[in-house]
Design a protein around this ligand. Structure first.
Ligand code: GTP
Ligand code: MG
Length: 344
């Protein structure tokens, strides 16, 4: 799972990156990467139950790219290419007001900036679509499904609209997956607030209308908090009336935006959480752990983490008939503890 942070110059991308990762990245013209662990107390509970020394959480790779900007104030197409392999796009918008930090477009206006960023992505997708349409035309393939689907997408982009996940029909999904369209990716908007900020009600409303989740955070403040000890973090957050650090709130938002769930495993040395899309089968879960497990899949033994903890172990759970045998097609549920039986 990977998401890139994008935004206009000095909107606070690196500040947000630090707040979410606990890093202290800085420096101009550098790409920053962080593996951010998805908080899940079930991993610790399982480790305690089975006396495992190690815990491994599901992780999200966070990328703070070095972006180039176009003359119109958006992001240059060249740099946007880097975003294409990302599972989700995280757009950072500046709402904080600070005379000491100049805005590349003059006034602080998160709605205008959102439009600029979306337009850059729309243009980038449009260029790809047009190039492909031209090629298909030359090859005399106007009658093909791909051409027709791309024409529909082209018309939508031309109206300045994102492709969105819904426009790509099931049958087109495989056909169009290779293009890795930016505006078909799930998006989250992070609004970087300061001590003083401009009004964000309009940008919130319009983002939601576009189907984008909005996530306001006090970037600078959360960055400072993320660098404290866990005890001090709790105290500071409580003072702000917050239960969790920005990292947790952001990961939760990302998980729900991407329709992800977690399943758990207990290995020889560790308890571990893995993320998979909601609705994924036991076979897919096996493949996530190891390709051999997917190839040689026989069946999965499954129990909800809650039940396993309540029973106090596999033997008791088995005795109570709560350890289920499931086949390839079983849809893994959030919090399932899964053991794959396989044979090569
Ligand atoms: N007052 C205030 N300043 C902030 C806030 N967030 C970021 N800044 C400041 O704004 C400046 C730019 O922040 P960065 O996080 O480096 O922004 P960026 O988007 O990574 O910038 P580039 O990568 O250079 O485009 C820094 O001086 C930050 O300290 C905020 O919430 N309030
Ligand atoms: Mg930066």
């Amino acid at each position: 799972m990977e998401t890139c942070l994008i935004g206009l110059p000095f909107c606070g991308k690196t500040t947000i990156f630090n707040a979410l990762s606990g890093q202290q990245a800085g420096g101009y013209q550098q790409v920053h990467l962080a593996e951010v662990a998805v908080p899940d107390p079930r991993v610790e509970q399982l480790a305690a139950l089975f006396d495992k020394k190690k815990t491994i959480h599901a992780a999200v790779l966070l990328k703070d790219l070095h972006l180039e900007f176009s003359e119109q104030g958006g992001i240059a197409s060249g740099t946007l290419g880097e975003l294409r392999t990302s599972d989700a796009v995280t757009i950072v918008l500046r709402a904080f007001v600070d005379e000491a930090v100049a805005h590349s477009l003059g006034a602080v206006d998160p709605l205008r900036d959102l439009r600029k960023l979306l337009d850059s992505m729309i243009l980038s997708d449009y260029e790809i679509v047009e190039k492909r349409l031209e090629r298909l035309e030359k090859e005399g393939k106007k009658g093909e499904q791909e051409y027709q689907s791309l024409e529909k997408i082209s018309a939508r982009l031309e109206e300045g609209r994102c492709i969105g996940a819904d426009l790509i029909h099931e049958e087109d999904r495989t056909l169009l997956a290779g293009f890795q369209f930016l505006t078909a990716k799930p998006m989250i908007v992070v609004i970087n607030m300061g001590e003083t900020s401009v009004d964000i009600s309009e940008v919130k409303l319009q983002s939601q209308e576009l189907g984008i989740d909005v996530f306001p955070i006090q970037g600078l403040q959360e960055m400072e908090i993320s660098q404290l000890s866990p005890e001090d973090q709790k105290e500071f957050l409580a003072d702000l009336g917050l239960q969790d650090p920005a990292k947790n709130r952001f990961l939760n938002a990302l998980y729900s935006r991407l329709d992800l769930i977690s399943f758990l495993t207990v290995g020889d040395h560790e308890a571990r959480a893995w993320s998979i899309p909601k609705g994924a089968t036991a076979l897919k879960a096996a493949g996530k752990i190891h390709t051999d497990m997917e190839r040689g899949f026989i069946r999965a033994e499954v129990i909800s983490c809650e039940e396993l903890l309540a029973d106090g172990g596999f033997a008791e759970a088995r005795k109570h008939g709560r350890l289920r045998l499931e086949g390839k097609e079983y849809q893994v549920q959030d919090g399932d503890v899964v053991m794959i039986r396989f044979n090569l």
